[in-house]
Design a protein around this ligand. Structure first.
Ligand SMILES: [Zn+2]
Length: 193
């Protein structure tokens, strides 16, 4: 699968929308990304998971783990494709931890997955968790890398697509200047600029 095919899936599933958006930061953007939407369509999510899984050598992964919430379904899908066990990590009092009796066996080879990597914070916490259990990190896989190349996990990092989402201060926004209606994602309220 090449970048164009991945982008087609992301636009077909409304993960990636183009227009004129008001971000929660107050800035404006010509793109809006909501990765959770891909999991509305198992067929598409499976294709992405297969594409990511293919980039790791056979038998290099014993376990897949992702941080809640974004990494849970991708972890499951990757585990299904790879034929290995999958678990997820979640925060308790702000600390990434394993609950529900989930375990990371010592010396196991672990793949860490996440839907979108922006700062990479959650993934780094999961990597630390894997190391604390004396297990080995085989790599990191994400659907979208929007870090702009600014994260280093110290291991192999695979993504289905790299994407830079530009944002503007309202007073400097070229879309406002062109008169395009501003949309607040997730709402049906349209505000003219
Ligand atoms: Zn604008």
């Amino acid at each position: 699968m090449d970048r164009q095919q991945v982008l087609k899936i992301l636009t077909d599933t409304d993960v990636l929308m183009e227009g004129h958006f008001l971000l929660t930061s107050g800035r404006h953007s010509d793109k809006y990304l909501q990765c959770a939407r891909i999991f509305q369509y198992p067929v598409h999510a499976s294709k992405i998971a297969e594409h990511l899984a293919r980039q790791f050598p056979d038998n290099s992964i014993d376990l897949v783990i992702g941080p809640a919430i974004g990494g849970i379904i991708l972890s499951y899908e990757m585990g299904r494709v790879l034929g290995v066990k999958t678990i997820f990590a979640e925060r308790e009092n702000g600390v990434m931890t394993l609950k529900r009796g989930f375990e990371i066996p010592p010396q196991s080879k672990v793949l860490v997955v996440e839907d979108v990597v922006t700062t990479g914070g959650s993934v780094k916490e999961v990597i630390e968790l894997v190391k604390e259990h004396q297990a080995e990190v085989s790599g990191v896989a994400a659907i979208v890398d929007r870090s702009g190349g600014n994260v280093d996990f110290g291991t192999k990092f695979i993504c289905a697509v790299k994407m830079d989402v530009l944002s503007f201060k309202p007073e400097e926004c070229p879309l406002c200047k062109s008169g395009k209606a501003l949309v607040k994602p997730g709402s049906r309220v349209f505000k003219s600029s």
